[in-house]
Design a protein around this ligand. Sequence first.
Ligand SMILES: [Zn+2]
Ligand SMILES: [Zn+2]
Length: 176
Amino acid sequence: MQKVKEFMSEIFASKYYFSPYNFTCILCKQPIVLNATVECGHTFCEVCITEHLLENDNCPICNRNIKKTDFYPNLMLDEIIVSLIDKNEIFKYLSRKKFWMEIKENSKVMENVKVGEKIDIKDEEGIWRKGVVKLVVGGEGYSDLYVHYEGWENQHDEFLPNYSNRLAIAGFYTKN
Ligand SMILES: [Zn+2]
Ligand SMILES: [Zn+2]
């Protein structure tokens, strides 16, 4: 028993065990912000896993099929990660967190988008463009938006779910 205790205290004392690298999101390769755990128990940044699940239906680590896409953050884990971040890195980490929280808030705004409304949309090359909503399919909360890129041919129009990370309120990323 003594041996086990010694072993445990050694592990818990070792910096490696409680290193922020053990709390790295496999998708963005950075310490997890706004953690989200999927059905298999693997944890990612909520924004990263949400984006991954827009085009995939599996866990990026173990490949298990993922059905649920609403996550509850583990606040205790959040505190642990923050406490482990190096003092020199904490500002960067908290800036990332603030940035993603703004995006999350933003996506709530997207729930009430109406036809004719202007929005920001990220194109396939990852550049934010101005867009306008031409059609809304679905009701309150979840819906699909048919978006036209301002100044582009109609053939570029596309359907995106309103919770897509490629959508934001007008002017959030684009400038006049
Ligand atoms: Zn991530
Ligand atoms: Zn998994």
